[in-house]
Design a protein around this ligand. Structure first.
Ligand SMILES: Cc1cc2nc3c(=O)[nH]c(=O)nc-3n(C[C@H](O)[C@H](O)[C@H](O)COP(=O)(O)OP(=O)(O)OC[C@H]3O[C@@H](n4cnc5c(N)ncnc54)[C@H](O)[C@@H]3O)c2cc1C
Length: 403
C-alpha cells in the first residue's frame, strides 16, 4: 500500500509545476520542501517565454503578471571589445515577453498555487526508501526534528542542484566543464536601467558573463557566472571579479558610481545541460536542476525545469496506468524531454564552445548587429530567453557572422 500516487521532493519551479500538473490529472501527490515559503533562491530572477507558456497552460499566468516585477521587452548585449547592441523582442504595446521577478516572489507564487492543489509538508529529505532496487518513498526530518517516512508509486526529485536522490544514485557527476558557478547580489541606484535585461560578455569571464537585470523600485539583480573548469584554471575569485568590473569597466563605472549594495553577494552552482545526465531509474525521475537542464549559454534554468515537470508528469501517469515504474519504461521521460529541449541546448552549447575558443566571434556578432538592421532583427528571434530557437548555433548562422 502506498500513501500517495506521487511524492515530489522540492517545491521550487520544477516541483511546484509538477504538483499542479498532477493535481489537474486527479492524482494524489505529496509535495515536500525543507524550506518554508516564501524563501529565496540565488538566481538572476529572469523568466522568459518557456515559463510563461507553462503558466498559461496551468491557468496561473494572469496572477503571475500582477506580481511585483519588471516587464522585459529586450536584451542589451555587449561583446568583449565593448560593442553594445540593444535588441528588442517585442513592441511595447504588446504583452511583455519576459519578466524579472525576485525568486522570493516568483517561487512563492508558484508554491502557493501548487499548495492550493496538492498536500504540502515542510520536510528535509535525507534519504530514500529503496526496495528491490526500486525507489518506493522518502525518509525525512520534519520541523519538530522528528523522522517521517512516506511512500508512493513513483518519486519525482525536484530538489535542485544538490539533489539528494541524484547524489544517492550516482547521477550528480557532471564534469567541471558542465557546471557553472555564479554569484548574485542586489544593487539600488544603478543608472541607465531600461526594460531590457543586460548581458555583458566581458573578456575575463568568456564564455561566462556579467549581468544586470532590472527590478522595480530602482533595484537591479547584478551577478556573474563562469564555467567551473575555467574559473579553477584561471583562478578567478568571482566576488573580486564582480567588484573589479563595476569599478574598472568603462561600461559600468559611471552607472554604479552612486549605487548601493542592498544584499551580500551569494553564490550557487548551475548543473548545465551540455552534460546529458541520466534522469530516470527504477521508481523515480529527476526534474529541473536535479536533472541538469540549465541552458549552457544563457544559464536560464526555470523554463526547462518547468518543461521537465510537464513531461515527467505525463510519463509518470502513463507508468502508473501501465503499473510499470521500471527504469526500462521511465526511459521514455528522457527521450520525450530531450526531443523538446535537446535541439536548443545542442545549438547553444555549440555557440558557448565557439565563444570560448574564438571570443572575436562574439565581437563580430555584436559589430554586425550594431551596423546591420536586418541582421539585428534576425538576432531578435534567436536569443535565449526570448523564444528558445535552435538556429543560433547552426552552420549557416555562424557563416553569416564570420562572412
Ligand atoms: C546565480 C544564478 C543565476 C540564475 N539565473 C537564472 C535566471 O535569471 N533565469 C533562469 O531561468 N534561471 C536562472 N538560474 C537557474 C535557476 O535558478 C534554476 O534552473 C532553477 O531554480 C531550477 O529550479 P528547480 O525547481 O529545479 O530547483 P530549485 O529552484 O533549486 O528548487 C529546489 C527546491 O528543493 C528544495 N530542497 C533541496 N534539497 C531538499 C531536501 N533535501 N529536502 C527537501 N527539499 C529540498 C529547496 O529548498 C528548493 O525549494 C540561475 C541560477 C543561479 C545559481
Amino acid at each position: 500500500m502506498t500513501d500517495f500516487d506521487v511524492i515530489i521532493v522540492g517545491a521550487g519551479p520544477s516541483g511546484a509545476t509538477a504538483a499542479m500538473y498532477l493535481s489537474k490529472a486527479g492524482k494524489k501527490a505529496l509535495l515536500v520542501d525543507m524550506a518554508e515559503f516564501p524563501r529565496d533562491k540565488i538566481c538572476g530572477d529572469a523568466q522568459g517565454r518557456k515559463a510563461a507558456t507553462i503558466m498559461k497552460e496551468l491557468g496561473i499566468y494572469e496572477g503571475y503578471e500582477k506580481l511585483p516585477g519588471q516587464k522585459i521587452y529586450g536584451i542589451t548585449l555587449s561583446s568583449p571589445n565593448g560593442t553594445l547592441v540593444h535588441v528588442d523582442v517585442e513592441s511595447r504595446d504588446k504583452p511583455a515577453p519576459g519578466y524579472v521577478h525576485k525568486r522570493m516572489v516568483f517561487d512563492n507564487y508558484l508554491f502557493q498555487c501548487a499548495k492550493s492543489m496538492a498536500e504540502f509538508r515542510v520536510l528535509t529529505v535525507n534519504d530514500y526508501i529503496v526496495e528491490d532496487g526500486f525507489v518506493r518513498g522518502i525518509v525525512g526530518t520534519n520541523k519538530k526534528g522528528e523522522k517521517e517516512e512516506h511512500r508512493a508509486k513513483i518519486v519525482l526529485a525536484a530538489d535542485g542542484a544538490n539533489s539528494v536522490l541524484a547524489t544517492k544514485m550516482g547521477l550528480n557527476k557532471n564534469p567541471l566543464e558542465h557546471f557553472i558557478v555564479a554569484i548574485r547580489t542586489y544593487y539600488r541606484g544603478v543608472t541607465g536601467m531600461t526594460d531590457r535585461i543586460e548581458i555583458h560578455m566581458v573578456k575575463s569571464l568568456i564564455p561566462g558573463y556579467f549581468w544586470i537585470f532590472p527590478l522595480p523600485n530602482g533595484e537591479a539583480n547584478v551577478g556573474l557566472g563562469m564555467i567551473v573548469k575555467d574559473k579553477n584554471e584561471k583562478n578567478v575569485n568571482l566576488q573580486e571579479a564582480l567588484l573589479h568590473e563595476i569599478k574598472n569597466n568603462p561600461l559600468f563605472t559611471e552607472r554604479f558610481k552612486n549605487a548601493e549594495l542592498v544584499e551580500r553577494v551569494r553564490g550557487w552552482s548551475l548543473p548545465i545541460a551540455s552534460y546529458h545526465r541520466k534522469c530516470y531509474g527504477d521508481g523515480f525521475l529527476l526534474l529541473g536542476d536535479a536533472a541538469s537542464l540549465i541552458d549552457p549559454l544563457s544559464g536560464e534554468g526555470v523554463g526547462n525545469a518547468m518543461i521537465s515537470s510537464k513531461v515527467a508528469v505525463q510519463v509518470a501517469i502513463e507508468a502508473m496506468e501501465k503499473n510499470d515504474v521500471s527504469e526500462k519504461f521511465l526511459k521514455k521521460y528522457d527521450k520525450d524531454l530531450w526531443e523538446v529541449i535537446g535541439p536548443e541546448i545542442k545549438a547553444n552549447y555549440r555557440l558557448q564552445k565557439l565563444g570560448k575558443m574564438f571570443p572575436q566571434l562574439i565581437d563580430s556578432l555584436m559589430v554586425k548587429a550594431a551596423n546591420d538592421e536586418n541582421f539585428r532583427q534576425k538576432l531578435e528571434k534567436m536569443l535565449p530567453y526570448t523564444g528558445g530557437r535552435k538556429e543560433m548555433g547552426e552552420e549557416e548562422f555562424l557563416a553569416e557572422i564570420k562572412g
